[in-house]
Each structure stands twice: as C-alpha cells, then as structure tokens.
Write a protein that binds this ligand. Structure first.
Ligand SMILES: Nc1ncnc2c1ncn2[C@@H]1O[C@H](CN(CC[C@H](N)C(=O)O)CC2CN(Cc3cccs3)C2)[C@@H](O)[C@H]1O
Length: 157
C-alpha cells in the first residue's frame, strides 16, 4: 500500500554535513550539538527518513501515538508528503525547536526528490545546540515551548 516510503536523502550531503553529536539538551531531553563551527549559509545536516504519503503518515501517527513513541519524528515536506524518521533516520531527528533558531529547514528538490536540508542561518559556534523553528500549525491544545529565547512564543503549536 505504498507503505515502503523510499528513503529520502541517501545522505549525499553526508560529506558536507558538519561534525555533530547528540547530548542532553537544556531545551528538551536530547538535542543535537555542533562539534565544529558552522558558517551562516552552510548545510548542517539533511533530515533523513522515509518519504511517505499523508494517508500512510496518518496511519503511522496513530500507531506511534498508541505505542507511546510520539509522532514528532514526522516532518512535513508538502501537503501530501511527509518524511518519517522514526524507523530510519539520522541525527537530525534530535534537533529541537527554538523561537530564535540558529538554523532553518529548507525543502529542496534534487532531481525530482524532495529533501529537507537544515542550513545555518547564522554563524554557529562549536558546542551550540542546533535548533530550527518547527513551524508547527497552530492548534488549540498547546505544547509549551522551553527554548528560553527572549522572543519565545510560549508554545510549539
Ligand atoms: N523548544 C521546545 N520546547 C519544548 N519541547 C520541545 C522543544 N523542542 C523540541 N521539543 C520536544 O521534542 C520533540 C521533537 N523531538 C526532538 C528530540 C527530542 N528532544 C528528544 O529527546 O527526542 C523528537 C521527538 C520524538 N520524540 C521521542 C521522545 C523522547 C522523549 C520524550 S518524547 C521526541 C517535540 O515534539 C517536543 O516534544
């Protein structure tokens, strides 16, 4: 049923990805940290996972929620395409949200394949936590945001 989403981004950006490590985050649980400085505009990492359709994502989100995994390894690419990093992903799935992020997530189209690449929007120092704005759709049920930024919006959604 088209469930075997082909893996998005066979990491051809791997050689350009920066040295990263995951560790305890001041924002939430685990986070991703720069192990070397990153210049503004550089690619930090590609968000790798399975490319799936909305219908499959809905089924999986239901499964993950009922098995307590939580559904936020799902990353929306466009109105009908989601990247699911739950079963097959890379360190990018540990990136936390910030209302004053040092990166942004860009959806690029590489020979017909949609990919999500996390770029540095400002110079990043070694040891900084990598963050981007999740841009979650606004919902009634709010998820509190612990990014700690001066301009924190207070919630993720
Ligand atoms: N600024 C923020 N404020 C508050 N909460 C945040 C923020 N920014 C990320 N969040 C949480 O992080 C999830 C996004 N996660 C990023 C990595 C996460 N820190 C981790 O350790 O796994 C991935 C999802 C998959 N889930 C598995 C879980 C592990 C432990 C509890 S649930 C977490 C999000 O859905 C949120 O729940």
């Amino acid at each position: 049923a088209g469930d075997a989403g082909e893996v998005a981004g066979l990491g051809q950006f791997k050689e350009r990805a920066k040295k990263l490590r995951f560790g305890r985050s001041r924002i939430h649980n685990w986070g991703l940290f720069a192990q070397e400085p990153v210049d503004a505009g550089d690619i930090v990492v590609e968000y790798i996972g399975q490319l799936i359709r909305q219908r499959v994502a809905d089924q999986r989100e239901h499964q993950y929620l009922s098995s307590g995994i939580g559904s936020s390894y799902l990353f929306r690419v466009d109105e009908d395409t989601i990247i699911d990093a739950t079963k097959m992903g890379n360190l990018a799935r540990f990136i936390n949200h910030s209302c004053d992020p040092n990166c942004n997530a860009k959806i690029i189209n590489l020979d017909g394949q949609k990919k999500i690449v996390i770029y540095a929007k400002k110079d990043i120092e070694e040891g900084d936590e990598i963050t981007y704005d999740y841009k979650f759709p606004l919902e009634a049920e709010k998820l509190p945001c612990y990014c700690g930024s001066k301009n924190c919006r207070g919630s993720l959604n």
